[in-house]
Design a protein around this ligand. Structure first.
Ligand code: CDP
Length: 214
């Protein structure tokens, strides 16, 4: 099995930044799978559809133009995160995005993927699995700083409520719920800056990699 790193965890836990830094460190391609769900949510909204309609959302998922996804600046917005978590609950949507993610993970040489179900569903055989988390208040503060820095107007309390509601929805859904894989290593970044968090992540991955190579 090639060198796949699975990074899962709740909203704004730092998993995306950690995944990107790991990918750069090991020279591996990186897929932020949250962007796929965000793009599906936006596509449904752009077409005037309902986020509750799984069939419609799955159709949008099938029609995703992956090479264009990362170019849409709206994907980072708070509304896109909320829409993503609504469409992500539909099993048809998850099924429509499965192959794309698994093919990405199967690239020769390996890959880094971050999301909610990478270690459990997309790449259960991944060499290293991290479950990145942090206290809700800290996650809300990080996301608030990020979004207000981009000009979004939002109160901190609203941001916290947003994040907690999304966590609950993601963990409580029937299809591929957000959960720590049994063989994932928990990385709590509550008291860690990005450099320290990356360092801890790299050490965890390195231990697994050495064992994998031997
Ligand atoms: O960056 P943040 O943690 O806020 O969210 P994201 O990773 O961009 O994911 C947005 C939403 O997509 C999540 O709240 C999940 O509902 C959904 N998602 C998922 O269900 N499975 C994944 N592998 C990735 C994201």
């Amino acid at each position: 099995m090639s060198f796949v790193i699975a990074v899962d965890g709740p909203a704004a836990s730092g998993k995306g930044t950690i995944a990107a830094r790991l990918a750069a460190h090991y020279s591996l391609p990186h897929l932020d799978t949250g962007l796929l769900y965000r793009a599906v949510g936006l596509a449904v909204l752009d077409a005037g559809g309902s986020l509750d309609d799984g069939t419609e959302a799955a159709r949008r998922a099938q029609g995703l133009n992956v090479s264009e996804i990362a170019r849409d600046p709206r994907l980072i917005d708070r509304g896109a995160g909320e829409a993503a978590s609504r469409v992500a609950g539909h099993p048809e949507v998850r099924a429509a995005l499965l192959m794309l993610q698994q093919n990405f993970a199967r690239q020769p040489g390996g890959a880094v993927l971050d999301g909610r179900d990478i270690g459990t569903v997309i790449a259960p055989d991944a060499v290293a699995k991290l479950y990145v988390t942090a206290a809700p208040e800290v996650r809300a503060r990080r996301r608030w700083t990020q979004l207000t820095g981009r000009g979004e107007v939002i109160a901190f309390e609203e941001m916290l409520a947003d994040i907690m509601r999304r966590d609950e929805r993601d963990a409580g859904r029937g299809a591929a719920p957000m959960v720590q894989a049994e063989d994932a290593v928990l990385l709590d970044t509550t008291d860690l800056g990005i450099d320290a968090a990356f360092d801890a992540a790299r050490r965890i991955v390195e231990t697994k990699r050495v064992r994998h190579v031997l």
